[in-house]
Design a protein around this ligand. Structure first.
Ligand code: G3I
Length: 445
């Protein structure tokens, strides 16, 4: 019944067959996150703390793997202007100097934010606050002029929940909605070469908050307010998983004429589930041409802001986790978690949502052979109940007794040259659940 060939499925099958030809390549695979991402025209960054740069394993991992750095706390208002007109850049300079010395680009984080805001700012009256905000932006951006690839000009200015309203803050409460526009105009004047971003969390799928940000960006573009990019923080855990419309949401913002960046990625969990989610996020970025880079919110679980959730790519001993392998594989690099080397048959499976509508979506899994040709492969796709698969293509699925776990084997597309890829797809009725399917490990022979 799941093999029913719908028109949509047949069309997708033809597209997938075309994609197979395009994807069959034998280019030498990169072996770090940064070099693999560069091969896809993207940066791969990490949040960096100046206080850890003296730890050799920290610095070595950062320098080896990453091509971009975001100071985790050092550029925030409380760090850079703790007292009015008294600017301190010592810690932020350490991060910038280290990163630039390694040839990394730097994301500036962040100029106007309600948090980590010294109390003197909140006690100013409106006119004075406006002056102080514009001065802060100008002074900090001028200090780093020419050094910053992208600035988070305004951070987290919208409320969570269903209101789509602006969040209460000294800026919002005293200056009104116009403070965001004013901040961007001031930022453009201070460093015209820097990309100017709006950055927020819980905006990773379509919802009231992201819709409100979308409306603001659309309005800015229509009125010529300078904005170049939108940052999607992408802090995920089991209560807040990667939304099924993640890629579609990135794409709708990109379609407004801005770049999109994944700015603070971390995903709590471990093992295959965490690896799959990471691979999905990377796949979504790669599928959106204006998704220009990914930053993970820290180098190692040891120093993560939510260390207990082990949300990063390197464990507390700086060992690469399965999530690292999944990211590297999704970026087209070598050494993926499923193997991919050593002359034995191996493959990897990565997931992307290829289409999305109100009550359903199409999932697509890319199977890529490792360094050896393979003659067949198998993987699993696990849905969250009550989702149901209504169609499949380019594969031969079987089902477990719950109907939630689909074991997938090839139909016509089992044989892959070393490094070559094929895709299979499926249509899912959401039945009220927006969860993303989990794709298991790929095995090959
Ligand atoms: O450095 C002091 C230390 O001297 C002191 O002993 C200690 C006692 O609490 O605090 C240390 O400062 C902490 C700082 O991180 C450095 O570790 C602050 O208390 C703590 O509040 C601060 O947390 C940061 C948090 O932003 C504050 O809002 C996290 O490191 C940082 O990862 C986090 O980053 C934010 C992004 O900027 C915006 N998006 C969400 C993201 C996660 O919350």
């Amino acid at each position: 019944m799941h093999l029913t060939s719908l028109l949509r499925a047949a069309t997708a099958g033809l597209l997938a067959a075309t994609a197979l030809t395009a994807a069959a390549h034998t280019a030498e695979a990169a072996d770090t996150l940064g070099s693999a991402a560069a091969g896809k025209g993207r940066y791969f960054g990490a949040a960096v703390s100046a206080s850890h740069l003296g730890e050799s394993a920290y610095a070595a991992t950062l320098d080896r793997e990453f091509t971009s750095a975001t100071p985790e706390n050092e550029m925030k208002w409380d760090a850079t202007e703790p007292a009015r007109d008294s600017f301190t850049f010592t810690s932020a300079d350490q991060v910038v100097d280290h990163a630039r010395g390694q040839g990394m680009s730097v994301r500036g984080h962040t100029l106007v934010w309600h948090s980590q805001l010294p109390s003197w700012v909140g006690s100013l009256a409106a006119a004075d606050l406006r002056t102080a905000m514009n001065n802060h932006i100008t002074q900090v951006m001028t200090h780093y002029k020419g050094e910053i690839h992208s600035w988070d000009v305004v951070n987290e200015a919208f409320q969570d929940g269903g209101s789509g309203a602006r969040r209460s803050s000294p800026f919002q409460d005293k200056l009104g909605d116009g403070f965001i526009e004013e901040a961007f105009r001031t930022a453009r004047a201070a460093d015209p070469a820097a990309k100017l971003c709006y950055n927020d969390y819980n905006t990773d799928g379509a919802n009231a908050k992201s819709n409100a940000v979308y409306a603001m960006v659309k309005d800015f573009k229509a009125r010529g307010v300078p904005i170049d990019c939108v940052g999607f923080q992408s802090h995920f855990n089991s209560a807040s998983p990667v939304p099924s419309d993640y890629q579609a949401n990135l794409q709708r913002f990109a379609d407004l004429g801005v770049d999109v960046q994944i700015t603070e990625l971390d995903i709590e969990g471990s093992g295959t589930a965490q690896a799959t989610a990471y691979g999905n996020v990377v796949g979504a970025c790669l599928a959106v041409s204006r998704c220009t880079g990914i930053t993970v919110w820290g180098v190692t679980d040891k120093y993560s802001w939510r260390s207990g959730g082990t949300p990063l790519l390197f464990d507390a001993n700086y060992a690469a986790k399965p999530a690292y392998d999944a990211v590297l594989t999704a970026l087209g690099g070598s050494g993926g978690g499923g193997g991919g080397g050593g002359g034995t048959a191996a493959c990897t499976a990565t997931y992307a949502t290829s289409a999305q509508w109100n009550d359903g979506y199409n999932g697509q899994v890319t199977i890529t052979a490792g360094t050896t040709a393979i003659s067949t492969w198998t993987t699993t796709v696990t849905l969250t109940s009550p989702q149901k698969v209504t169609a499949t293509w380019n594969s031969t699925p079987t089902w477990d007794t719950t109907g939630n776990v689909m074991t997938v084997r090839p139909s016509w597309n089992g044989s892959l040259a070393a490094g070559a890829s094929t895709t299979f797809g499926f249509t899912v009725a959401k039945n009220g659940s927006a969860a993303v399917p989990a794709v298991g490990a790929c095995t090959a022979s």
